[in-house]
Design a protein around this ligand. Sequence first.
Ligand SMILES: CSC[C@H]1O[C@H](OP(=O)(O)O)[C@H](O)[C@@H]1O
Length: 361
Amino acid sequence: MELLEKLKIKPIEWIEDDSEGPKLRWLDTRLLPWEEVYRETRDYRRVAVAIKSMEIRGAPAIGVAAAYGLALAAVYSNSKSSEELWNKLQEAREVLATTRPTAYNLFWALNRVMNKAREQLERGSDVDDIIRTVVDEAKKIHIEDVKTNIELGRIGAKLIDDGDTILTHCNAGALATAAYGTAEGIMRAAIEEGKRIKVIATETRPLLQGARLTVWELKKEGIEVKLITDNMVGYVMYKGLVDKVIVGADRITADGYVANKIGTYMIAVLAYRHKVPFYVAAPTSTFDMSIEGDNIPIEERDPDEVRTILGKLLITVKDVDVYNPAFDITPPELVTAIITEKGIITPPYREAIARIVKGKR
Ligand SMILES: CSC[C@H]1O[C@H](OP(=O)(O)O)[C@H](O)[C@@H]1O
């Protein structure tokens, strides 16, 4: 875990040196940029609440948190047998899996931990061995996410030129992952290589992840960032102020359809119209190889997220009907390239994704 110590922002931490047993600690992103408040728990159900309420948000971060949720369920299950432990893990998986439907990393992480636990169960391992396996797998997912982001950043930085202005949407940074970030990871890597970049961040209505999180994250590290409202993207591109777009992803299908924060599709269309490269940064754990086309489940959230500013200021008639999809879907023809920790994926996507994600030759 020494790698984690070097990173400036650590949004999720597994704490073991506590006399009362291990616990999970996380930065409550809902309170940024005003307050840096850390929460902690030993109860996997509280982790589920943190994911659903978006204290913890961002596809990779959700996966890491859910994996640690299973670890907490195992550690505090008080099971008398391996079968009892397995049943309790299945209950915990169900609670964690029903928090948010779109980010594929959630299901990828839960399945990876459960598969390891099942392997131990089928080998006849005892309760302690299964608990150890679950905790160790969650820790592996955590540290792998950091290493993945760093490698993805290094690979993606090749696409960035000195002097580029990069537009990004929502937050795909350290606050959306275990650390370092995907889209913002590419920005960090480019800067570490000595490239001078500027960032334009969209505010990202309705929950303002761009204004609240991306701006906070980049300013904290001295990275030049300019904030715009979502409806300014067209004019900013019309004026030629954007050299590249880099966004994250919540789920990518086997043929390159990209689910990401609502507003991403609009930006992709504008980038296509203005011939601006539109890059998607995502670890291979975001790819759902079981889906093709735009059949991605899109989360619809509380209407009051649209009716108010962060639940505090009503900005419309209080009972107005609302549509609040948290994500949209960008078709592959609008995506210039998908940057992963295993390489840069370019069209034709179905074949290239199978090669990179599944390692198929
Ligand atoms: C590193 S990908 C993060 C991805 O997740 C965000 O969604 P949310 O804030 O609702 O969890 C957004 O779509 C980001 O691109």
